[in-house]
Ligand binder design. Sequence first.
Ligand code: GCW
Length: 675
Amino acid sequence: MSLRGEDGYELWLRYREVDDPARLSRYRKLLGRATVLGQGQTVTIIRSELERALPAMLGRAVSFSEQVSPGNGLVVGTADDLGAAGIDIPREDRLTLGEDGFRIRSAAVDGNTRLLVTGNTAPAVLRGVFHFLRLLQTHQDIDGLDVVSCPRIQHRLLVHWDNIDGSIERGYAGRSLWKWEELPETIDPRYDDYARACASVGLNGVALNNVNAQVKSLTSEYLDKIAALADVFRPYGIRVYLSPVFSAPMQFGDLPTSDPRDPGVVAWWQDKVDEIYQLIPDFGGFQIKANSEGQPGPQDYGANHDDGANMLADALAPHGGMVLWRAFVYDVTVDADRAKCAYKEFVPLDDKFRPNVFVQVKNGPVDFQPREPFHPLFGAMEQTPLALELQVAQEYFGQAIHLVYLAGMWKEVLDAETYSKGPGSTVASTVDGSLYHHDTSCMVAVANTGSDRNWCGHHFSQANWYAYGRLAWDHTLSAEAIADEWIRMTWSNNAEIIGTLKEMMLGSWPACIDYMTPLGLHHLMQEGHHYGPDPGFNNAPRPDWNNTYYHRADKEGLGYNRSSIGSSATGQYHSPLREQFDNPATCPEEYLLWFHHIPWDHRLKSGRTLWEELQHRYDIGVAFVDEMCSTWKSLQRKIDPARHAHVSERLRQQQENAREWRKVCIDYFGRFAGQ
Ligand code: GCW
């Protein structure tokens, strides 16, 4: 095994020589020749990806051509290009594949094996190529292949909370990747590498700027820069989106109001949108944070979310663009329980949105906590397509210092039963459109990328970017299967390494919950930056920005009573979940303190009292991190030294932090528990 220095820049696209001799010889036999059909920018990208990957993985030259020749080999092209070369793709196949899907098939031709990668569009073929390369990277059998893969979610976006000044809100991996000061003249080659990575996991949209937006991003000067990025991303099948400020018409100084019902405002947005489409004909649309955390919105004028969303949607519709209207709102005048606000504001608007509006809902009702029950809006808005918003950035998960693999959490949410139409009404079926028969669907996730050489700060945080893309493509994949692929591509195909890393990754999310916020606790993080514990924090300008608001520790017990004798948040879920959550005896223990104020001496399933269980949870969380440190150490000679050392250092900090979490929380809660 060669342990050359690695810095993580290549992500999961490392293309190391296959070190399984049997596989290698078979791959060499089948893939000595590769034909890439067609023309255009995407085809050039496909060709260069294969030229980079195949000889490297096969450890020998591969002959590339633009014409199909007899013999074994790989043939890549759109269905049309294959047809022109005499290889017919049946009509049914074309219909199944749609715009985005791909097919990979091995076919016997005159005693030889031809491996075909195809799709209806060049970007779909590119995704198929990445899938095929993944099979090689993970040492899969490629004999008798027949893979048909179509995305379950139509719009799969990575959204960046990047500011125009190059800083990133909740960014932990350096500065923004977008170099606004040198665009549009200078195109950083890293933009292509970013787009390759996104395309390789099937993503097809990028929102470039922070939802806490600055009006500058809509100026003609910036639109030119944005158009230059869109030109880079387009051949990868990636569209660009923007987050506008709702008050832009006023901020530009053009108008006295930004009221969405004002004809001047409507016309202003139409002009702005037309200007954008002049420059970016495939512009994706707007993602918008309105009337949330101080951002302007339609409610500033006595209008509502639907008025604002529809006004923008009408401007975008003639061009095929869409609006992602965020439901992250928690106005204290709507409800004193923050977790209830979005539901109360949005459910009454269910039949009011234009067809090109998504209401964008975070996975849980508070804010990307280590564990939340799913957001009750899923299953409560039948007529409106809901976009699921996840956060890859680990804001509340130890940021780029802690190793926390998030796929298990996302799966928990996707697989959660909402019971809105009885059993089987999962969050995933709401989001992918199948439950309510929407023909459009969307997932977004807040990115963790930045200018750090390894993109994500922590080498293992790359796995969350990867996993998000894979799940947006196919939410039925398991967290384990995705970890398996990622480890093989990013670290090694060695069985011991795979087994060890998988155990670390799969255990890391439960452990993080335990050492930070076990049993349904939430929002105990330090104010502002959200790193580290501060359960006693209690002097914020709003009640629901205090940590004591969320845990409500007192002499009697711990937890937020959201049951029917408390805030009644449980009533926002469908039966039988509503009743299950409402009763402390049936409420899943992982959400116990989310929904209930539980006496300290209450006995849990383990037989321990709440106070004992709490201590136990912090202990096992810390113990898992201890374990990760020692298992990682045991791999020292098996992993390249630079990445090994980098991760070791972060694990050391994670261990220190986990202990601090335990100490601070147990000391603090102990004062109430009377110990
Ligand atoms: O998670 C919180 C973050 C804010 C963020 C907000 C949101 C962009 O702490 O930084 O603002 O959510 O999602 O709008």
